[in-house]
Design a protein around this ligand. Structure first.
Ligand code: NAP
Ligand code: ZN
Ligand code: ZN
Length: 347
């Protein structure tokens, strides 16, 4: 077994602290990755605090992983030592169901194996990227294009693909008006990616201080959802809304901003449900939809799209010793726009 250092939440109430654990030996199809960077996703906080239920402790969070290949198994074909690679939110799936066969492993009928807080075939809990190294089957490893910086690329593995995938799925493009709701880690990637696709983007935010950043990132308009006239002024304006908000909020207010046949896509996962009013949906044949991350092929396509468009995450790089402080700052909306842990700090 491979002794690995990380930071873990021991219970849902506890701050993260140093933790040693073992990774499996490198099998024939496996790649051993020395982790250099790992983004902090708001999902890490939801799960480390067991806000969605079903969390497994001790938990080493982290599913925006970038590193260098340190060792490859005898049957590995795509990766070689010293390659810059990434790992996202899942590290395995059944590989045989229709979803897996078409490359939508995130919708695997048997359930994808999460990068952390999952249960591997051998019964062991998976552990994520707030750690020195990880062993992953090469079929679930991504290539990081050399044009991307490792820290700026890490958040693409979750925040990037989570926003890219629904934009592609619903064909959001040049002739559409999109509102991105919430300008956090996911939201800022959505603005960059959608505007690179030629879409006209408006940011709907609770934070006046993000107005300037929204425009710099590529939005053509910014509106405050804390001002109620926003909801009358912008009604029936958008073809799509992409809702990245992490906390409970009233979806019904937002539905009215859609044109007839418009679609509100939920990617943010508040820990409490919202009551839906049927009339605003019925009267304009509107839809509310959801989307979770993206498959391996699509994640690679997203990385290969971001590189020539110079799209990276705006990051604040921190040593792992500051992870608990970073969690508190994310909860206060005090990050522009993603914390990324430099795992060199854990050596
Ligand atoms: P984040 O960086 O904390 O951003 C969330 C943003 O939501 C904040 O920056 C803030 O934007 C807005 N917000 C926060 N509290 C709010 C409130 N009470 N009312 C209205 N707006 C509020 O989080 P993230 O990492 O982008 O993740 C966002 C959500 O997506 C989380 O729930 C996460 O678990 C989920 N997620 C889902 C997937 C998926 O596959 N579907 C993947 C990754 C993450 P403003 O300051 O602009 O208002
Ligand atoms: Zn995530
Ligand atoms: Zn499957």
């Amino acid at each position: 077994m491979l002794l690995t250092q990380g930071y873990a939440a021991m219970t849902a109430k506890a701050a993260l602290r140093p933790f040693s654990f073992e990774r499996r030996e490198v099998g024939p199809q496996d790649v051993l990755i020395t982790i250099t960077h790992c983004g902090i996703c708001h999902s890490d906080i939801h799960q480390a605090r067991d806000e969605w239920g079903g969390s497994i402790f001790p938990m080493v969070p982290g599913h925006e992983i970038v590193g260098i290949v340190a060792q490859v198994g005898s049957a590995v074909k795509k990766n070689k030592i010293n390659d810059r690679v990434g790992v996202g939110c899942f590290v395995d799936s059944c590989r045989t169901c229709p979803a897996c066969r078409e490359g939508s492993e995130q919708y695997c009928e048997a359930g994808m194996l999460l990068t952390y807080s999952g249960r591997d075939k051998d019964g062991q809990a998976t552990q994520g990227g707030y750690s020195t190294q990880i062993v992953v089957d090469e079929n679930y490893v991504l290539r990081i294009p050399s044009a991307l910086s490792p820290a700026g690329a890490a958040p693409l593995l979750c925040a990037g693909i989570t926003t890219y995938s629904p934009l592609r799925h619903w064909g959001v493009g040049k002739y559409h008006k999109l509102a991105v709701v919430g300008l956090g880690g996911l939201g800022h990637m959505a603005v960059k990616i959608a505007s690179a696709m030629g879409t006209e983007v408006t940011v709907l935010s609770t934070s006046e201080k993000k107005r300037h950043d929204a425009i710099r990132l590529g939005a053509s308009e910014f509106a405050l959802t804390t001002q109620h006239d926003t909801f009358t002024r912008l009604q029936r304006r958008f073809d799509f809304l992409l809702d990245t908000v992490s906390a409970p909020h009233n979806y019904n207010d937002y539905v009215n901003l859609l044109k007839t046949d418009g679609t509100m896509i939920l990617v943010g996962v508040p820990d409490k449900p919202t009551l839906l009013e049927p009339f605003p949906l019925i009267l304009h044949r509107r839809r509310i939809a959801g989307s979770v991350i993206g498959g391996i092929r699509e994640t690679q396509a997203m990385l290969d799209f971001c590189a020539p468009h110079n799209i990276e995450s705006d990051v604040e790089v921190i040593p792992i010793q500051q992870v608990n402080e970073a969690y508190e700052r994310i909860l206060k909306g005090d990050v522009r726009f993603r914390f990324v842990i430099d795992l060199g700090s854990l050596k």
